[in-house]
Design a protein around this ligand. Structure first.
Ligand code: GDP
Length: 214
């Protein structure tokens, strides 16, 4: 009879966690797919309306001030910014959308760039879709949800600026967003509620991100 132990089989290697505090460096900004970096690492993208708090969240997430520039001119950046976090993952800062005064051509070029990107990026593990907790899911967000569902790219809603809501409002926004995304085919059914200012939910977001790297 052979002696077997649980150490001999079915033992996955231990997960190496915590990107926290690890260096995160700018790789490139692209305005067309020509400049896309090679798919050498898994990739996680961040999308959201202009002013949703994306730059603040990215900076808080990687703990590096000034990594993603917070912007006072919403709707201006029409590029995908790539960051390399500890040689383990590319973070992709997608251009903000839904800027009220954005000209039609700008909206069209956003859609083109994002569609093209989503189509061919097999190393893209998930898109974190940021939603301002004060406003919930708006019309432009629905268009992006549709685009992600059509592209069959896994996405997960991250609520931002939760500190601006009362306790009752916090519970209600989570319920309302669940009602809108739970039946969507590519939506991951866990919502992460965050505040970059108060450091709420950032560990959950880091954990969700790291879980995607294995
Ligand atoms: P972006 O355009 O999506 O990159 O948004 P920014 O990160 O530039 O943030 C837009 C505005 O929201 C800025 O005035 C930020 O100070 C503010 N903001 C961002 N995150 C938070 C947050 O967690 N709480 C609060 N109260 N304000 C935030």
């Amino acid at each position: 009879m052979t002696q077997e132990s649980n150490f001999d089989q079915n033992m996955a290697p231990p997960k190496v966690y915590s990107l926290r505090g690890k260096p995160c460096t700018f790789v490139t900004s692209i305005v067309s797919l020509k400049g896309l970096p090679p798919m050498t690492l898994p990739e996680i993208a961040f999308a959201g309306r202009s002013n949703v708090g994306k730059s603040s969240l990215l900076n808080a997430l990687v703990d590096t001030k000034g990594l993603a520039r917070t912007s006072n001119t919403p709707g201006r950046t029409q590029q995908l910014n790539f960051f390399n976090w500890d040689e383990r993952v590319f973070l992709v800062d997608m251009p903000g959308y839904g800027y009220a005064r954005a000209p039609k051509e700008m909206v069209a070029s956003w859609t083109r760039l994002v569609k093209d990107y989503l189509r061919g990026r097999v190393n893209l593990r998930r898109v974190f879709l940021l939603i301002d907790a004060r406003h919930g899911i708006m019309k432009n967000d629905i268009e992006v949800l549709d685009l992600l569902d059509e592209s069959a790219v896994s996405y997960q809603v991250v609520l931002t600026k939760m500190d601006k809501l009362s306790t009752t409002e916090r519970a209600s926004i989570v319920g309302r967003v669940h009602a809108l995304i739970d039946k969507r085919p590519a939506a991951y059914p866990v919502i992460i509620a965050t505040s970059s200012q108060k450091d709420w939910g950032l560990d959950e977001l880091r954990q969700a991100l790291e879980d995607l790297l294995f």
